[in-house]
Ligand binder design. Structure first.
Ligand SMILES: Cc1cc2nc3c(=O)[nH]c(=O)nc-3n(C[C@H](O)[C@H](O)[C@H](O)COP(=O)(O)OP(=O)(O)OC[C@H]3O[C@@H](n4cnc5c(N)ncnc54)[C@H](O)[C@@H]3O)c2cc1C
Length: 356
């Protein structure tokens, strides 16, 4: 494919890297993407919620505002993907039902409602007796909740697969190698792997929670730390036509995202660890919470667990840091990388265009 804009390197093929590569390639950049194993980082473990409403958290108002723009950005990506691949992205916009398991969890719901209102969000109080369908499969003891209408989900597996097809169609070159060093000189960026080196006009670092390659690692002002998370995958009740389910259970947070056919994603643990492993206690708590809120999961079949390292910055906010003139580092997306990927991709394109 002939380049009309220039050449771009993207290091990292998680949701941030592949979406950025797509946006750049769509806009006429000739893109080379580096990843020894695309789509297997935090993106692989993610549930795919685009849930600014349910993710409201005290002290994270700026984060909430950023996420509000994400759904329309995803609709645009979905249209673009359809144009390039002829395949529709499943973007399910059924909202979230948030419930509390016991009396103290219901107090957490009241507090959540107060924070939501202070952010200008408008969660709706719903009673089981008025919205029976919404509460289907939810424990009979839970009689009320909050409905957050503007939440949605995508399936990260489908997102990564569809973007890979689209990127292939747009001529994105995928190099399945780890980038060892990155530098820039004479208005060019350069990367080296164990097998060679590549140059281009602009570079995007989208390595998630992994350490940056040599050459740029020493120059950045920001920092990320890994926060491990586990999701459990089951085949059970098909709630895909219902809202996503969120619950406070004995003070912990639980969610269930149901895809058509009954494939369910239960989540998620959160630990300040960088070892990719599943602790038995962590798994037990997650499944106990799941069964308490959705008793019909008792007969669901277990599929697998998935783990990933969320890239968290010091202030838990995502960033797009310009390093060494022609390199930018797009990271810190923490719990919201899938949600924010199209916005990060827009930043990557804006940065590249500002240099051309
Ligand atoms: C359990 C769990 C559930 C989550 N649920 C959600 C959710 O529902 N909604 C949401 O919005 N977000 C969710 N997240 C957060 C989201 O998954 C992350 O924020 C997002 O995946 C970060 O994307 P990334 O591309 O920056 O990183 P990653 O997906 O980790 O990708 C980074 C990639 O860079 C590659 N790489 C690293 N170093 C190099 C190098 N030197 N050379 C080449 N390649 C390199 C890696 O191989 C990897 O593929 C969840 C996360 C977890 C762990």
């Amino acid at each position: 494919m002939s380049s009309t804009r220039g050449d771009a390197l993207v290091v990292g093929g998680g949701v941030i890297g592949v979406t950025s590569a797509f946006r750049l390639a769509r806009a006429g950049w000739r893109v080379t993407l580096f990843d020894p194993s695309p789509g297997t980082g935090a993106t692989w473990a993610a549930a795919g919620m685009i849930a600014p409403g349910a993710e409201i958290s005290s002290g994270e108002e700026e984060n909430y505002r950023q996420q509000l723009g994400a759904l329309s950005a995803w609709r645009e990506v979905s249209r673009d993907l359809y144009e390039v691949t002829g395949t529709e992205l499943d973007l399910c916009e059924n909202g979230t039902l948030l419930v509390g398991f016991d009396a103290s969890d219901r107090r957490l719901i009241d507090q959540f409602e107060g924070v939501a209102h202070s952010f200008g969000a408008k969660p709706l109080r719903v009673l089981r007796e008025d919205c029976d369908e919404m509460f289907e499969d939810v424990s009979a003891g839970i009689r009320e909740g909050l409905f957050l209408a503007s939440d949605a989900w995508v399936d990260p597996d489908q997102v990564v697969a569809l973007l890979a097809r689209a990127n292939d169609a747009l001529g994105v070159d995928v190099v399945r190698q780890q980038v060892l060093s990155a530098s820039s000189q004479n208005n060019q960026v350069e990367v080296t792997t164990a097998e060679g080196s590549w140059r281009a006009d602009v570079g995007i670092l989208a390595t998630g929670a992994s350490p940056l390659p040599r050459g740029v690692a020493e120059r950045v002002a920001k920092a990320v730390r890994p926060v491990r998370g586990t999701t459990v995958r089951v085949r059970g009740p098909d709630r895909s036509s219902r809202p996503m389910l969120r619950a406070y259970v004995r003070g912990r947070s639980f969610y269930m995202v149901s895809r058509p056919g009954g494939y369910g994603v239960l989540g998620a643990s959160s630990d300040e660890h960088q070892d990719i492993l599943v602790e038995v206690g962590e798994l037990q708590r997650l499944l106990r919470d799941a069964l308490d809120v959705v008793p019909s999961l008792e007969s669901a079949s277990f599929v697998e667990t998935r783990q990933g390292l969320r890239p968290a910055s010091n202030d838990l906010a995502p960033f797009f840091e310009i390093v060494q003139d022609r390199w930018a580092w797009s990271s810190g997306h923490y719990r919201h990388g899938v949600t924010l990927a199209p916005l990060a991709a827009n930043q990557a394109l804006g940065f590249a265009q500002s240099l051309s």
